[in-house]
Design a protein around this ligand. Structure first.
Ligand code: FAD
Ligand code: NAP
Length: 486
């Protein structure tokens, strides 16, 4: 056997699976059996934000999982769920330390994503100040199991930030629940949406329509929501010059407004451009709502940054918005914790892993027996871009891995054996912590996931619904039951 390429991918999101799929398909056929790919995720189910992020009413986006299923059907790929990988020296609770992976693999990839929401320093978490990620986790039944947002006592929601996550959350809160019933929305979430008192959602941005981060598809969906109207924008806000196609499309949609006319619907929303939170007063016996003070802003033509709008005396202009729920939706970053397996390569300014071309985290060890280390997807790029860009990034890292392996393997034309720094026996076994976890049924495999996946779809099909999600306790019980039947 030729020098093996035994790869550990930390993170079973789209980046990890796209990378695995590419590597499996591009690996030289004649040495096919020298490749093994093990994917580890700390969640019990695979697919990262595709399962626990993508909005339920975008089912077509999740079609990428067919490709992931197909990659996982290759016997050279194994998935291990419920495995938290921690930094060297950290005793990983329910998982493995990086040092163990370093002993067992020739190549490592961090595909750990950007799992922490950016929070506004002036808007600390509170009963009524809930990051958008908590709401996303709530409606996707994420294992973190956040408290449900208090929708039955919420009339007005203020979302801070104008990205696609803001519009996903706004759409979920405003869409008639009857239209969501057929999608992958957990029953308890549908119940909460049915009894929601939300009447208006303000989507608040510190810059203008030309700088909004959302895309036109998502804006159009908001405009087309039945029985929901956009509060028409002031003419001055729309009086700006587009310089890209995306900007002109956004401006056209904003000028046209919502399908439902303002004043004719029970529910409304607004795009509050040029507003930046500067303080908040929490509810009290005198005032049942939060008071969100918003500084009015202007965008600097050269830097495109937002600055305060001043009155003729040089004082900042502000306004106060009474609101029941404040939802910061200001993007994400990779975990800065010293327990993160990539802690030593974390870039404190960029808030993700620092990489070189090809996603290489370090090139100093390329010609040694040390495992080669890479980062892929949002872990390497920051929380930017959609699945297509994550896929392209993952493919480029797969090519770099292949290139580094080829350069290190002196002759690919003759079958010869080379020493490798792999301590496991047999060479393609996962680390001992994983073998222990598998025997005690704490760790999930891709076969487990496929069984749960089919069962979730089966449980929902009678009601004409896409799927009914299980949490880990339900999945464990189900898997235990199927194991006993075998
Ligand atoms: C709310 C939301 C909705 C989105 N909707 C869309 C959409 O509709 N269409 C679209 O094209 N794009 C969408 N995106 C973007 C898309 O989800 C990303 O491009 C993509 O998920 C990034 O993939 P990734 O694998 O890098 O990260 P992730 O998907 O975050 O996967 C990272 C994985 O790493 C695991 N992990 C992290 N740390 C560890 C550790 N220490 N040990 C083990 N495992 C670990 C995590 O559990 C996770 O499963 C959305 C993003 C968000 C936030
Ligand atoms: N349907 C989809 O395709 C879909 C769905 C969800 C997510 N995604 C993708 O996932 C990525 C992340 O999306 P996202 O919406 O989380 O992030 P995003 O696109 O980066 O948007 C973040 C928003 O928060 C604002 N913001 C950031 N810091 C702020 C601060 N300190 N004060 C006030 N406002 C602040 C930003 O304003 P500024 O621009 O002024 O900084 C921006 O409007 C994006 O690439 C997105 O396209 C795609």
């Amino acid at each position: 056997m030729i020098r093996p390429l035994k790869l550990a991918i930390i993170g079973g999101g789209p980046s990890g699976f796209y990378l695995a799929s590419r590597l499996l398909s591009r690996f030289p056929q004649s040495y096919a059996d020298s490749l093994r790919v093990h994917i580890f995720d700390r969640l019990w189910a695979p697919h990262g934000l595709v399962r626990y992020g993508v909005a339920p009413d975008h089912p077509e986006v999740k079609n990428c999982t067919h490709k992931f299923d197909s990659a996982a059907s290759d016997p050279r790929l194994k998935f291990f769920g419920n495995v938290n990988v921690a930094s060297d020296g950290e005793n990983a609770l329910n998982g493995v330390p990086l040092s163990s992976l370093k002993k067992n693999y020739t190549h490592l990839v961090f595909a750990t994503g950007c799992t922490e929401p950016n929070l506004h320093p002036l808007l600390p978490r509170d009963d009524g100040i809930i990051p958008a990620l908590d709401i996303v986790h709530w409606y996707t039944r994420h294992p973190s199991n956040p408290s449900p947002p208090p929708l039955s006592s919420t009339n007005h929601v203020s979302i801070i930030g104008m990205g696609n996550v803001s519009l996903d959350v706004a759409r979920m809160l405003l869409c008639p629940p009857s239209l969501l019933e057929k999608y992958d929305v957990p029953s308890h979430v549908l119940d909460a949406l049915r009894s929601s008192k939300v009447k208006h959602v303000s989507v608040i941005g510190r810059r203008g329509p030309l700088e909004a981060a959302f895309t036109t598809k998502e804006l159009r969906e908001m405009m087309n929501l039945p029985d929901v109207a956009l509060r028409p924008l002031e003419k001055s806000v729309l009086d700006v010059q587009a310089s890209t196609r995306q900007q002109s499309r956004t401006l056209d949609l904003l000028k046209k407004g919502s399908k439902a006319a303002f004043g004719t619907t029970l529910k409304t929303w607004s795009l509050d451009f040029y507003r930046n939170p500067i303080s908040v007063t929490v509810p009290s016996s005198n005032s049942p709502s939060y008071s969100l003070t918003l500084g009015h802003t202007v965008v600097d033509a050269a830097t495109k940054r937002a600055g305060p709008l001043l009155d003729s005396n040089g004082a900042p202009i502000t306004s106060v918005l009474p609101t029941s729920l404040i939802v910061p939706a200001m993007g994400f970053h990779a975990e800065p914790s010293s327990a993160a397996p990539y802690a030593q390569w974390y870039d404190l300014d960029q808030k993700h892993i620092k990489t070189l071309p090809g996603g290489r985290v370090s090139t100093t060890n390329l010609d040694t027996e040390e495992p080669k280390i890479y980062a892929s997807g949002w872990a390497a790029t920051g929380a930017k871009g959609v699945l297509a860009s994550t896929m392209m990034n993952a493919y480029s890292v797969a090519e770099a891995i292949l290139e580094d392996w080829t350069n290190l393997t002196p002759s690919l034309t003759t079958s010869n054996t080379h020493p490798v720094a792999i301590s496991s026996s047999p060479w393609d076994a996962p680390p001992s912590e994983i073998l222990d976890g598998l025997s005690s049924a704490n760790i999930t495999t891709y076969e487990d996931w496929l069984a749960v996946d089919a069962e979730e779809v089966r449980r929902a099909s009678a009601g004409g619904k896409e799927r009914e999600r299980m949490d880990w306790n339900e999945a464990k019980k189900f898997l235990h039951g199927t194991a006993k039947q075998k």
